[in-house]
Design a protein around this ligand. Structure first.
Ligand code: ADP
Ligand code: MG
Length: 364
C-alpha cells in the first residue's frame, strides 16, 4: 500500500535543517565568532567547558543587540545583514542567512547576554525556546557587547551527541585550527581562547594582542620561532577567465592577489604538519582544497619530506566567488578555479626560485 504524502511537522523540519547549519562543534564556534566580528568587536573571548561538551561561550565587546531586536534575534531567517538575494554579491558581513542562532536553539540550550553602549553595565539575559522564540528576559550586569552561550550541544539529537562526545578531542583540535585562522587574520581584534576541564582551573589556550600584524598574530598563536621559517607571499595573478559569462561586465573576476606567509622550502627544524595551513578569501577563512593541493604540490617539488605552514589570503572581486554553496557556508565556489590554480602554481614556483634575492623577514 502506498504511503500518503504529507508535510513533516514544523518542529521536525526546523531540527532537520538546523542539523545542516550546525553540523559539529566547529560550526558552532564559526557562527558565533563570525557574529562577533560582524558586530565590530575588537576583543573576542571563546570559552570552552570540557572542550565544548558542557558549554561554549563567545563573548565580544561589539555593538550589543538593541532591545527592539530581542524578540526576533533567534527566529529563522531573521537577519540584520541581508534582505534580498541581490544584496548577496555585495555582502561585507560573514553572516547573511539568519539561521545560526535559530539552529542553535533547536540543538542546544541557548542563552544570550547583551548590552549596548548606553545600557552597560546593565544588560539583558535572553533565553530561547527550541523554536527560536524568546522565552524569558531578565536583567544582568554585563559590559557592552554580547555573550552567546551554548550548553549541552546536540542533547536534542542523541546520536550526534554521542558521536561528539566520542570524538571530542579530535573535534576540539579542529576548532582550534579554525580559531587560529580567525585569530591570525584579524589584525584589529584581540582573541583569547580558554578551556576549562572538570576539576581543573580554566587555562588560556592562546591569545593575540589586537592591533597587530598578521606576523604578530602568527607569533602569538604558533610561537615566535615560527617566523624565522616563513617568507612573505605577495603574488598578483592575472589570468584568462574560463567563465566570463558568469561575471558581470563591470567587474573583473580575473585579477586575484595572494597575500600571506609560507614556510621556506628548505629543511627547517622539526616537521611541519599539514594542519598548520589556513586559507582565506577576502579575509574569510574557508576550505579551498584545490588551492591547498596546488600550493602543497609546488612546495613538495622543493622539499619532499615536509609540509609547509601556509597562511594564504586570496583577494578578489566579490563577484568572483560564491559563499552561498553549502548550508554551513564552509565551501566557497571560485568561478575560475582551474585558471587561477595554474597561475598560482607558476607564481609560487617563481617565488621559491627567487628566494635568495629577497630580503629575509626580520626576527621579532
Ligand atoms: P546572521 O548572522 O546570518 O544574520 P544569526 O542567526 O547568526 O544570523 O544572527 C541573527 C542576528 O542576530 C544577526 O543578524 C545580528 O543582527 C544579531 N546578532 C547575532 N550575534 C550578535 C552579536 N554577537 N552581536 C550583535 N548582534 C548579533
Ligand atoms: Mg551569523
Amino acid at each position: 500500500m502506498a504511503a500518503t504524502i504529507k508535510p513533516i511537522e514544523a518542529k521536525s523540519v526546523h531540527q532537520i535543517q538546523a542539523g545542516q547549519v550546525i553540523v559539529d562543534l566547529c560550526s558552532v564556534v564559526k557562527e558565533l565568532v563570525e557574529n562577533a566580528l560582524d558586530a565590530d568587536a575588537t576583543t573576542i573571548e571563546v570559552r570552552f567547558k570540557n572542550y565544548g561538551l558542557d558549554s561554549i561561550e563567545v563573548q565580544d565587546n561589539g555593538t550589543g543587540i538593541s532591545e527592539a531586536n530581542h524578540e526576533s534575534l533567534a527566529l529563522k531567517h531573521y537577519t540584520s545583514k541581508l534582505s534580498t538575494y541581490d544584496d548577496l554579491s555585495e555582502l561585507q558581513t560573514f553572516g547573511f542567512r539568519g539561521e545560526a542562532l535559530s539552529s542553535l536553539c533547536a540543538l542546544s540550550s541557548f542563552t544570550v547576554n547583551t548590552a549596548q553602549a548606553h545600557e552597560a553595565p546593565k544588560g539583558k539575559r535572553l533565553q530561547f525556546e527550541t523554536s527560536g522564540k524568546l522565552k524569558s528576559t531578565s536583567f544582568i550586569a554585563t559590559q557592552k557587547g554580547t555573550t552567546a552561550i551554548v550548553e549541552n550541544l546536540f542533547a536534542k539529537l542523541p546520536v550526534r551527541q554521542k558521536e561528539l562526545s566520542k570524538n571530542i578531542k579530535r573535534e576540539y583540535g579542529k576548532v582550534l585550527g579554525l580559531l587560529h585562522a580567525y585569530a591570525c587574520i584579524s589584525t584589529e581584534v584581540k582573541f583569547t581562547v580558554k578551556n576549562t576541564i572538570p576539576k581543573a582551573r580554566s587555562a588560556v589556550v592562546f591569545s593575540t594582542k589586537g592591533n597587530a600584524t598578521t606576523r604578530d598574530n602568527i607569533a602569538n598563536v604558533y610561537g615566535a620561532k615560527m617566523l624565522s621559517q616563513l617568507i612573505e607571499l605577495d603574488m598578483k595573478l592575472d589570468f584568462q577567465s574560463t567563465l566570463t559569462q558568469l561575471s558581470r561586465s563591470d567587474v573583473d573576476c580575473t585579477k586575484v592577489s595572494v597575500v600571506g606567509h609560507i614556510s621556506k622550502p628548505v629543511f627547517g627544524e622539526g616537521r611541519q604538519t599539514p594542519d598548520r595551513q589556513m586559507f582565506f578569501v577576502n579575509g574569510r577563512p574557508c576550505g579551498l582544497p584545490q588551492i591547498a593541493k596546488a600550493i602543497n604540490e609546488v612546495y613538495k617539488s622543493y622539499n619532499v619530506s615536509q609540509s609547509p605552514f601556509i597562511f594564504a589570503d586570496l583577494k578578489m572581486d566579490t563577484n568572483a566567488y560564491d559563499v552561498n554553496v553549502s548550508p554551513d557556508k564552509r565551501t566557497i565556489f571560485l568561478h575560475n578555479a582551474t585558471a587561477l590554480t595554474d597561475k598560482l602554481k607558476a607564481a609560487l614556483t617563481e617565488r621559491f626560485d627567487n628566494i635568495d634575492q629577497t630580503v629575509p623577514q626580520s626576527e621579532v
